[in-house]
Design a protein around this ligand. Structure first.
Ligand SMILES: Cc1cc2nc3c(=O)[nH]c(=O)nc-3n(C[C@H](O)[C@H](O)[C@H](O)COP(=O)(O)OP(=O)(O)OC[C@H]3O[C@@H](n4cnc5c(N)ncnc54)[C@H](O)[C@@H]3O)c2cc1C
Length: 454
């Protein structure tokens, strides 16, 4: 017999989703007793650092921080962050609901710092395996979570529940996949790679860069290239006929309110899909109106100065991308209006082509044989719990990959405060803390120590 700690919950990833859950668990007596920890790939807390451009603003009100909608009296509100940083009065004078992303990142880090003891940074969760109730039993009552650090050192931990909050993974369209990473960067790595790819300084040679995509990140990168890299000629290549504004008008914005999750969830599969399609232009392939106006003015002023360094190539489909002998990338493009094709060479590409939300499938693959169809069919309960068969006791909560069932706010910050509340309530209902421990178990402050037959 071998005794090991069994956590009530392990959170995989420590971005805003699991950070919000950490706050929620800490703030109520019953949940603070749950033995829990988080495993995060990054060496320290970071929120989309690769796109932490210094002049970009939040696309959501600061009142939708990690806690306010659940408990405005929490010490982890954005307002208390401002207060403790000594900037509350000055922030009020800005008359804005939309802090810069840099400031919001600082807020998130300020919250994360309070949970340092709970987080194992620098460890990537690589796989998860079932733990059977006893030798020969088909009942699964815990999960073994494997992680490894940069040096390849492996750790394993056992838990009765998981909260998977691993965010999205860079989406690279097929046309660009074969080019390899050299001078092709995804927007998620923009700030960490752009200097290397285009060079910096007064003597940096001229470069031609194509930014691919019609969303907020593409627009932000396009403006940043114009602002900070005078030696770069940038082209923003979009399939649509114009940059379209994100609809953030108040009636439409109600789809991001926590109550709307119930509305979406109550629909049939087709109904949910249709709702999501109807409101797609709140989040996908759209740009904040002020940024569109900024881009228009930038192009106009370059035109006035007869120095057109930037171009918007609208209605342009990229049909092929190949690497030329000199290392440049040749894009074959077709004009959607007149059907004409042409080829152009660029020194670098920035792919602002969005994120895949299916990475949890690979992470949970080791459990797939025991999960029936739930995983592939995205069968998730209202409390974000993967619907598992009766013999599978551990609870797996999915955050950020339930857009199909819970609506467009699932990948955003909009419902975090209440989602973490719903998950915490579900955890309490089922965690071992509320059940008598069996004879093989003892509890201390770190978790339940349980004897396993292995
Ligand atoms: C540039 C940018 C700006 C955005 N701005 C806004 C905004 O203004 N408003 C808004 O509502 N939404 C915004 N979003 C949407 C964004 O998804 C949410 O803000 C938020 O990041 C979601 O939090 P999350 O914790 O679910 O995912 P993430 O923030 O992506 O965090 C996931 C974490 O999991 C870790 N991880 C991944 N895999 C593993 C693994 N195998 N093992 C261990 N750790 C792992 C990652 O390192 C990461 O820290 C923005 C997104 C981007 C890319």
């Amino acid at each position: 017999m071998h005794k090991e700690t069994v956590f009530d919950l392990i959170g995989i990833g420590f971005g805003p989703s699991n950070l919000s859950l950490a706050v929620r668990l800490a703030e109520e007596a019953r949940t603070s007793k749950l033995a829990h920890c988080f495993v995060e790939r990054q060496p320290e807390f970071g929120w989309h650092r690769g796109m932490l451009l210094d002049d970009c603003r939040m696309q959501i009100s600061f009142l939708k921080d990690l806690v306010t909608q659940r408990d405005p009296k929490s010490r982890f509100t954005f307002i208390n962050y401002l207060f403790e940083r000594g900037r509350l009065n000055e922030f009020v004078n800005l008359k804005s609901f939309y802090p810069t992303r840099l400031e919001f990142h600082d807020y998130l880090r300020w919250v994360a710092d309070a949970f340092d003891q709970r987080v194992h940074y620098g460890q990537t969760v690589t796989s998860i395996e079932p733990v059977f109730a006893s030798k020969g039993s088909s009942e699964i009552d815990a999960l073994r979570v494997f992680s490894s650090d940069d040096e390849g050192n492996e750790r394993q931990r056992v838990a009765r529940s998981l909260s998977v909050g691993i965010g999205g993974t860079a989406q690279v369209p097929e046309a660009f996949a074969a080019l390899g990473p050299h001078n092709v960067i995804h927007s998620s790595a923009y700030l960490t790679s752009i200097d290397r790819v285009v060079g910096t300084g007064d003597r940096a040679p001229k470069k031609r860069v194509a930014v691919i995509g019609a969303g907020q990140s593409a627009a932000e990168v396009f403006v940043d290239l114009g602002r900070r890299f005078p030696h770069v000629d940038a082209s923003l290549v979009i399939r649509s006929s114009a940059l379209k504004p994100a609809d953030d008008t108040p009636f439409v914005n109600e789809i991001f309110s926590p109550a709307y999750t119930d509305v979406v969830y109550a629909q049939s599969k087709d109904g949910r899909r249709s709702l999501i399609e109807r409101f797609r232009d709140t989040n996908y392939a759209v740009v904040d109106r002020p940024l569109i106006e900024q881009i228009y003015e930038m192009l106009y002023l370059q035109n006035v100065a007869d120095n057109a360094r930037h171009r918007l190539l609208a209605s342009t489909a990229i049909e092929a991308a190949v690497r030329a002998a000199n290392g440049q990338i040749e894009l074959t493009m077709r004009d959607g209006l007149n059907g004409h094709g042409r080829a152009e060479r660029f020194d670098a590409l920035v792919l602002a082509t969005g994120y895949r939300r299916d990475t949890h499938l690979a992470l949970l693959d080791g459990l797939a044989p025991h999960l029936g169809d739930a995983l592939n069919e995205g069968d998730v309960a209202r409390d974000y719990r993967l619907a598992t068969p009766d013999h599978f006791k551990p609870r797996i909560y999915l955050q950020g990959c339930c857009e199909d069932s819970h609506g467009l706010s699932d990948t955003l910050l909009s419902v975090l405060a209440l989602r973490s509340d719903e998950i915490a309530a579900s955890l309490v209902e089922h965690a071992s803390i509320d059940h008598p421990t069996n004879t093989n178990q003892t509890r201390n402050k770190d978790g339940v120590h349980m004897a396993f037959a292995i």
